[in-house]
Design a protein around this ligand. Structure first.
Ligand code: UDP
Length: 327
C-alpha cells in the first residue's frame, strides 16, 4: 500500500516524499506540475493530475492501492491570493473537496493536511496556540480555514481521520542540496535575498517598515522544511495507530524579522544585499510565532534545525548548487 503525496513535486511535498522513501515507504506523487518541478520527483512513481479535475483525482485512487494521503498541494502566495481570490478557492477549497470525495469513494480514511499559520490572522497573543481565535486576513488563510472546517465535518459524517499541521514559514532545503525551494516566479523572502546576494537580482523589496515590531519589519517563525516533513511522518504514524483527528502548530517558536533575514543572508554569503522599502503587503500580519508544544507532546516532534543561520545555510547550498541545473 502506498502513501499518496498530493503536491509531491512541490516544496514541502518533495521533502515529504524524500522522507517517506528514506523509510522504505511506497509512495505515489500526484501533481499537475503547474507550480511543482518534475526534477523534484526523481524516480518516485508519478501520476500527473490536477486536483481541480474530479476525473484525475478519482483515477489516481483507481490506479493505485492508497493507504493514506499527505495533502501538500495548494496555491500559497499571500499577495497573489489578495489579487486573484478565485484561483485560491478553486484549487485550495474546491480541489480539496474533490480529494476528500475521491478518498471517501475509495474508502481511504487517513489524511495529513498541510495547513498554515495564516489561519490565525493578526494574533491577539504570541506565541500562538492552536486554540487561538482564527480571523484570517488573507484569502489564502481563509482557504486553509475552509478546508479545516471541511475536515471536521468529513470526520463527523464519514469517519475520515485527519491530522492538520499548521505550518508556519517553511524555509531551507534538504541538507544534501539535492532538492529545495524553486518557483518559476519567486516571491519568497529567503530565496529572493539569496538571489540578490548572488547578483541575479538587484535588490530585495522590504514589504513594510512601520509594523509594530522591534525593527518595523514583519516577524515570522521560519521552520526548516525537513522538520516540517518530519512532522508529516509523525502525523501519518499517529493516524496509522488509530488515534483521533488532531490539529498541531508546526513552528520553531522563535521570530525573525525581514531585516534580520536579510542580515543573515549577508553574513552567510559575505555579500551586501540592497533592499528597497515598499508598502506592507495586503494580507500580512505583523507577527506570527507558533507555540508547538502540542506537536512536541503528542507527536514527539522537535525541530532539528533550531537556528535561523543553519536553516538559511541549507537554502544557500541548494540555491547556489543543484537549483541552477533545474531552472
Ligand atoms: N517579504 C518581503 N519582501 C519580499 C518577500 C517577502 O519583505 O520580497 C516579507 C513578507 O512581507 C513576509 C515575510 O517576508 O513578512 C515572509 O514572506 P514570504 O513571502 O517569504 O512567506 P509568506 O509569509 O508569504 O508565506
Amino acid at each position: 500500500m502506498a502513501i499518496l503525496v498530493v503536491g509531491g513535486a512541490g516544496y514541502i511535498g518533495s521533502h515529504a516524499v524524500s522522507e517517506l522513501r528514506a523509510k522504505g515507504q511506497e509512495v505515489v506523487v500526484f501533481d499537475n506540475l503547474e507550480q511543482g518541478n518534475s526534477q523534484a520527483i526523481g524516480d518516485a512513481p508519478f501520476f500527473k493530475g490536477d486536483l481541480r479535475k474530479t476525473a484525475d483525482v478519482r483515477k489516481v485512487f483507481q490506479a493505485h492501492a492508497i493507504d493514506a494521503v499527505l495533502h501538500c498541494a495548494s496555491r500559497s502566495l499571500i499577495g497573489e491570493s489578495m489579487q486573484m481570490p478565485e484561483r485560491y478557492y478553486e484549487t485550495n477549497v474546491s480541489g480539496t473537496l474533490n480529494l476528500l470525495t475521491a478518498m471517501q469513494t475509495a474508502g481511504v480514511k487517513n489524511l495529513v493536511f498541510c495547513s498554515s499559520g495564516a489561519i490565525y490572522g493578526e494574533p491577539e497573543r504570541i506565541p500562538i496556540e492552536e486554540d487561538h481565535p482564527q480571523s484570517p486576513i488573507s484569502v489564502y488563510g481563509h482557504t486553509k480555514q475552509c478546508v479545516e472546517k471541511m475536515l471536521e465535518w468529513f470526520d463527523t459524517i464519514y469517519g475520515l481521520k485527519s491530522v492538520v499541521l499548521r505550518c508556519f514559514n517553511a524555509a531551507g532545503a534538504d541538507p544534501s542540496g539535492r532538492i529545495g525551494e524553486l518557483h518559476a516566479q519567486e516571491t519568497h523572502l529567503i530565496p529572493l535575498a539569496i538571489d540578490a546576494a548572488m547578483g541575479s537580482r538587484d535588490y530585495v523589496p522590504l514589504f513594510g517598515t512601520d509594523y509594530p515590531t522591534r525593527d518595523g519589519s514583519c516577524v515570522r517563525d521560519y521552520v526548516h522544511v525537513c522538520d516540517i516533513a518530519d512532522a508529516h511522518m509523525r502525523a501519518l504514524d499517529w493516524l496509522a495507530a488509530g488515534k483521533p483527528s488532531a490539529v498541531f502548530n508546526i513552528g520553531r517558536g522563535s521570530g525573525v524579522s525581514v531585516r534580520e533575514i536579510v542580515e543573515a543572508v549577508e553574513k552567510i554569503s559575505g555579500k551586501k544585499i540592497p533592499f528597497q522599502a515598499e508598502p506592507g503587503r495586503p494580507g500580512d500580519p505583523a507577527i506570527l510565532i507558533a507555540r508547538s508544544q502540542e506537536a512536541k507532546q503528542a507527536l514527539g516532534w522537535k525541530p532539528k534545525f533550531t537556528d535561523i543561520t543553519a536553516i538559511i545555510e541549507t537554502a544557500f547550498k541548494w540555491q547556489t548548487g543543484a537549483a541552477k541545473t533545474w531552472a
